[in-house]
Design a binder for this molecule. Structure first.
Ligand code: DAH
Length: 342
């Protein structure tokens, strides 16, 4: 009887592994543990044994029964769990996860960072809360220059103990990082500075208090306008295709001499004249020029030894031209109907 018990236990375990569904499981359970089941039959014979044998075999039989009951339970939860998961209809369309994406300004910024990195420029950051000295004075913008006017600049409330000629302000341009970079790295230097700028503006479709610029600076021995034009052309080709032309027209900026208004041939009409370029065939993109000697001095460099070019442009304007966006305020609006289009 002992042998029979062990045999049944082993057989049942071997069968259980093969069970695929609850019908098969029920059949096996009836066959073994049912009223006329194999194990039940053996247990029933216990009463014919001597009390000594009954004690010994009975104990084992009960263990086998409990063991098998547990095994059945485990298999049942496997096949019934299986049955439940089979109810999932894999052909139903899935629920899409909502994924965000980069803001259009970030997209163009990262693209330009990659591009300038490929030309050997480093990417620098500067403080948005800047000193009057770096934002204006060091850039050859004297104290009475209109750009410093309270109309244009967010000044931070003065600390009475602080230096009244060097107040803190929200930077109005990325150009102060030219000075910071020259002081930190010296020359030769190739650097671009993307970043947020702020102006105290009455906002309208073309003016916003917060916007993004990208500044460029290259300083070395014997840097000329030729170098500037070549780099601006490379940028224009990257942005608008290899047929794009660049022209430089004189314009005053205090931190460069000579200074230029850098224009690219219109990517929409290729120079014929259209609404985008206001029939001129050209789009104003860059401010640029050769770094003013006073700016090199403020950066700790000798203008007799070094020269350089600088340029700056608004990232908002690039994106607006590209997509025909007619209101600069949309960038800061957080309006998903706008943002989801990019
Ligand atoms: N900082 C100028 C602005 O905000 C743009 C600019 C013009 C930057 C000429 C330059 C430059 O580096 O050379 O309007």
């Amino acid at each position: 009887m002992l042998e029979e018990l062990k045999k049944i236990a082993a057989e049942v375990k071997a069968e259980l592994v093969k069970i695929k569904n609850s019908d098969e499981l029920r059949d096996l359970e009836v066959k073994i543990l049912g009223r006329k089941g194999e194990l039940t039959t053996i247990l029933r014979q216990l009463k014919d044994l001597t009390s000594e044998e009954r004690q010994k075999i009975g104990k084992l039989a009960n263990e086998v029964k409990a063991d098998l009951a547990a095994e059945f339970g485990a298999i049942r939860s496997r096949v019934e769990g299986h049955k439940q998961s089979a109810k999932i209809d894999l052909t139903l369309p899935g629920k899409a996860f909502e994924r965000g994406h980069l803001h259009p300004i970030s997209q163009v910024q990262y693209r330009l960072e990659d591009f300038f990195t490929s030309l050997g420029f480093i990417i620098e950051d500067g403080p948005e809360l800047e000193s009057e000295y770096y934002n204006f004075e060091a850039l050859n913008i004297p104290a009475n220059h209109p750009a410093r006017d309270i109309q244009d600049t967010f000044f931070i409330n003065e600390d009475k103990k602080g230096d009244p000629t060097n107040r803190l302000l929200l930077r109005t341009q990325t150009s102060p990082v030219q000075i910071r970079a020259m002081r930190q790295y010296g020359a030769p230097l190739r650097v671009v500075v993307p970043g947020r700028c702020f102006r105290y503006e009455a906002t309208d479709v073309r003016h916003e208090h917060t916007f993004d610029q990208l500044e460029g600076l290259m300083v070395d021995r014997e840097i000329t306008i030729t170098h500037l034009k070549a780099v601006l052309e490379a940028v224009a080709h990257e942005l608008y295709g290899s047929g794009t032309k660049v022209r430089l027209r004189p314009k005053f900026y205090p931190f460069v001499e000579p200074g230029f208004n850098g224009e690219v041939s219109c990517f929409l009409c290729h120079g014929d004249g259209c609404r985008l370029c206001k029939q001129s065939g050209w789009l104003e993109i860059f401010g640029a020029g050769l770094v003013h000697p006073n700016v090199l001095l403020a950066g700790g460099l000798d203008p007799k030894e070094y020269s350089g070019f600088a340029f700056g442009f608004g990232l908002n304007r690039l994106v607006m031209l590209q997509y025909g966006i007619d209101d600069i305020r949309l960038f800061q609006s957080g309006d998903l109907r706008f943002l989801e289009q990019f």
